[in-house]
Design a protein around this ligand. Sequence first.
Ligand code: ACO
Length: 431
Amino acid sequence: MAESTKNATLQLDGKSFDLPIFSPTVGPDVIDIRKLYANAGVFTYDPGFTSTAACDSTITFIDGDKGELLHRGYPIDQLAEKSHYLEVCYLLLYGDLPSAQALEDFENRVTNHTMLHEQMQYFFRGFRRDAHPMAIMVGVVGAMSAFYHDSTDITDAWQREVASIRLIAKMPTIAAWAYKYHTGQPFVYPRNDLDYASNFLRMCFSVPAEEYEVNPILSRAMDRIFTLHADHEQNASTSTVRLASSSGANPFACIAAGVACLWGPAHGGANQACLEMLREIGTPDRIPEFIDRAKDKNDPFRLMGFGHRVYKNFDPRAKVMKQSADEVLDLLGIENNPTLQVAKELEVAALADPYFTEKKLFPNVDFYSGIILEAMGFPTSMFTPIFALSRTVGWVSQWKEMIGDPQNKIGRPRQLYLGSTARDYTDIEKR
Ligand code: ACO
């Protein structure tokens, strides 16, 4: 925990209260209000946590005004260009880039945990075939606590480590099997001679009836999508994981809570919603109609893939994703993709409109990711599961950091109560 170097003073009812201020390594100062209620008898009010730091962390930093995202200090664009997903996983989990030997060891450990307990197949089979893959993932990830009892004791550092590796290793298998089950095809077992992204593609797209060659271009693009989604500091799903784990719940249950939160269209579900919106727009001539709808206060429609709680400038991941979309479509020989065309023209039209610029609404990571995933052959229902498997390392890293923090206590927000004051129960015949 940082040392306080200065104080803020709160004047309330003729009394003054000193509140320590902490300075982060980068970013705005933070006022410590932990003793506010004990000393002054008041709470703070901040629905949606727009101004509240709920923890300290050394993992990820976002400067929303600059459009900067750093993992352990390294800019996301450098990681997307020069690194790869498992190296970024190591960085997020352990704090530094690995040596060649440490990376090899880590990759071996992950690879050796990619299979699921055989019994878990029957768990998948309990779902309806038309279940959304995210529904299956919420259930199966939660069910891991019923299969891997030897890594649920959160007080044991070794068990925490094993649970972390298991989650990162098994999530692609779970996501791919949710997809296979949904499409009615047989489950494809992981193969340990393939890299993380190639293995995932193979588990999704190969069938026993024929050989499947992983396209290295698609594998690289897949790996980049994983990398760009790996962590994003205290977003809704990560905060959900932290809140769930603050009670001492086991890691699989906590990550299942993160998957559930991610599903919503305001968060990870935006990639599916965005592609569906781009398809609905269909042709560039319909863009003005949808922009008008997004601006209309009486219409609940929002431009999906646009806007972000923290970024008030370009989401740096969106820049890489846009470039990647161009590259992938080009390399796959897909010319004049109508959805990409609509996306590009929609971006230009929105950024020329004062409504979006004045509210600082820019494309986020999900604006272009769906176009790449669709070109790879994924249905829209798989977009959010792919986000979930990518983000697992972020959830796990934040969870490990939290459990290892001596200040960790159960999360328990307060409220501004506006309900009835105490009143006597009225017997039913008198109501
Ligand atoms: N289209 C139209 N208007 C928007 C949009 C949008 N996509 N996003 C925000 N606005 C408007 C709001 O109506 C609001 O206007 P007002 O001040 O006149 O009331 C203003 O911009 C601020 O929006 P808030 O909802 O208050 O901002 P918040 O930080 O709470 O929400 C969010 C951020 C949820 C991402 C929002 O921008 C949104 O719904 N975007 C579309 C969904 C999306 O793409 N989500 C993915 C986020 S990134 C991720 O999770 C990977």
